[in-house]
Design a protein around this ligand. Structure first.
Ligand SMILES: *[C@@H]1O[C@H](CO)[C@@H](O)[C@H](O)[C@H]1NC(C)=O
Ligand SMILES: *[C@@H]1O[C@H](CO)[C@@H](O)[C@H](O)[C@H]1NC(C)=O
Ligand SMILES: *[C@@H]1O[C@H](CO)[C@@H](O)[C@H](O)[C@H]1NC(C)=O
Ligand SMILES: *[C@@H]1O[C@H](CO)[C@@H](O)[C@H](O)[C@H]1NC(C)=O
Ligand SMILES: *[C@@H]1O[C@H](CO)[C@@H](O)[C@H](O)[C@H]1NC(C)=O
Ligand SMILES: *[C@@H]1O[C@H](CO)[C@@H](O)[C@H](O)[C@H]1NC(C)=O
Ligand SMILES: *[C@@H]1O[C@H](CO)[C@@H](O)[C@H](O)[C@H]1NC(C)=O
Ligand SMILES: *[C@@H]1O[C@H](CO)[C@@H](O)[C@H](O)[C@H]1NC(C)=O
Length: 370
């Protein structure tokens, strides 16, 4: 729909802006030795939860902050599933959707014992198969920054895990999701190679579905891992290591920086409230943030919530409010947002569509804490 496109265009345009000063999460390093379960309890009491890492940027931020004498810490990833696996895409933010899968007839076969075929490969006919993660194969990388050459077939044989590391280092990630796989560029490759599909048994403490994994090359992803938890190892570029959850380690908690204010205010009063008590009215600059905000919005007492989205009549442009910068969006051709004295609001429930609302309406709103 027009509304949906509109919000996606904004997201894409704004992806570069106000990112550094609008981090989603605040990390807290706790230098006390606790079992993973004790650590989880501590984080839930004093902060939000044990840390969830959703992408490489967060991972870099996590290890960049000086951890003092801490060499390795628990993160929120654990395994108590007794072998229940879930399919994911390697590229963070791309969700696996079973009804869009394109398995070769008969696949996934999941041969071997007890559970072994946890990685995906693409056949010459672009149909999918499951396979072990250890065999060395060619693989397909995706590059988000290269407009003309988005897909790279790497003719070096690597394990799935090594292939993932290679793609993340040299490009963006292993090719992920049906949209990428169905690209013309890929159709012409006609090759059998690893792609971004994998399944595992790990879960996040806060219930997040994040598919981001940053394992060292030793985790074979073929065994049951129940009773194990993940820690990040600082002198190994933060790569994750599996460890018995009963070991005592320091750990990292997080707070999210996004707060729903359940007071009814006009847009301008909402803006000054956020700037006075926190940092700013919230801006939406990526999909992770969009999801988090939609989650918060559900608890609002008004039908809509204000965001830091504003309309300028003179220039006929929508822009995000951000203390440090001005950003823009060219005129809206269609859709709900093209009037004056108006600001952008999100539906609190349902599909969370975006609408223009009269500034003088009194709505709940979401502030960003720095
Ligand atoms: C935690 O345990 C490690 C290894 O036993 C030890 O070196 C470190 O000093 C302990 N940290 C604290 C804060 O007790
Ligand atoms: C790492 O920390 C330094 C100094 O605190 C900072 O200048 C730099 O931007 C940080 N890099 C990342 C990726 O967060
Ligand atoms: C594993 O999956 C089965 C079937 O979906 C479910 O009944 C069971 O509760 C799951 N077990 C765990 C530990 O998640
Ligand atoms: C999964 O894909 C189907 C078919 O394209 C689509 O109708 C459905 O909305 C998708 N589900 C989700 C959760 O995106
Ligand atoms: C995780 O995924 C399930 C099923 O796809 C969905 O119902 C659930 O809302 C998701 N949870 C979060 C926190 O995104
Ligand atoms: C970690 O995983 C590896 C391979 O999957 C396994 O051999 C090892 O025993 C695990 N470590 C612990 C502490 O369970
Ligand atoms: C805000 O408005 C909603 C809907 O009109 C109402 O249900 C709610 O009680 C109001 N909240 C406050 C704090 O006044
Ligand atoms: C917004 O609402 C106020 C008060 O109801 C009204 O005076 C004003 O004309 C409205 N503005 C627009 C652009 O509709």
């Amino acid at each position: 729909t027009a509304k949906m496109q509109w919000s996606l265009i904004l997201l894409c345009l704004m992806a570069q802006c106000c990112f550094m000063d609008c981090q989603l999460y605040q990390f807290h390093y706790i230098n006390e030795n606790k079992t993973w379960t004790e650590a989880q309890q501590y984080c839930r009491e004093k902060h939000t939860d044990l840390v969830t890492v959703t992408n490489m940027k967060d991972m870099k931020r996590l290890i960049n902050i000086s951890a003092g004498e801490m060499k390795e810490t628990w993160i929120g990833l654990y395994d108590q599933t007794y072998g229940n696996r879930t399919w994911y895409w390697s590229l963070p933010g791309v969700e696996f959707n079973e009804s869009e899968s394109n398995w070769d007839p008969g696949e996934p076969t999941d041969r071997g014992n007890p559970i072994s075929e946890n990685c995906g490969f693409l056949n010459t006919n672009l149909e999918w198969g499951d396979t072990g993660c250890k065999p060395l194969r060619y693989f397909l990388c995706y590059d988000a920054t290269d407009e003309t050459n988005k897909y790279h077939l790497i003719k070096e044989k690597k394990s799935w895990q090594e292939a993932q590391s290679y793609c993340r280092e040299k490009h963006t990630d292993l090719i992920s999701g049906t949209k990428q796989i169905e690209d013309e560029e890929v159709k012409n490759l006609k090759i059998t190679a690893y792609f971004g599909l994998f399944r595992d048994t790990w879960r996040w403490s806060d219930g997040s579905n994040s598919s981001f994994r940053h394992w060292n090359d030793e985790l074979s992803n073929v065994k049951y891992n129940s009773g194990q938890c993940a820690m990040t190892v600082f002198d190994d570029e933060g790569r994750w290591k599996n460890e018995s959850c009963d070991e005592r380690k320091p750990f990292i908690c997080y707070d999210d920086n996004i707060i729903l204010i359940k007071e009814n205010k006009t847009w301008e009063d909402a803006l000054s409230y956020c700037r006075h008590h926190y940092h700013d009215l919230v801006t939406i600059t990526n999909l992770d943030k969009l999801r988090l905000i939609e989650e918060k919005a559900k608890k609002a007492s008004t039908l809509f919530i204000w965001m830091g989205l504003r309309y300028n009549r003179l220039t006929d442009m929508w822009f995000w409010i951000c203390k440090e910068m001005i950003s823009y969006k060219s005129r809206t051709s269609e859709g709900q947002m093209n009037d004056c004295g108006m600001s952008g609001a999100m539906e609190a429930k349902g599909q969370h569509r975006w609408f223009q609302r009269n500034d003088t309406e009194e709505l709940n709103f979401i502030c960003f804490k720095n």
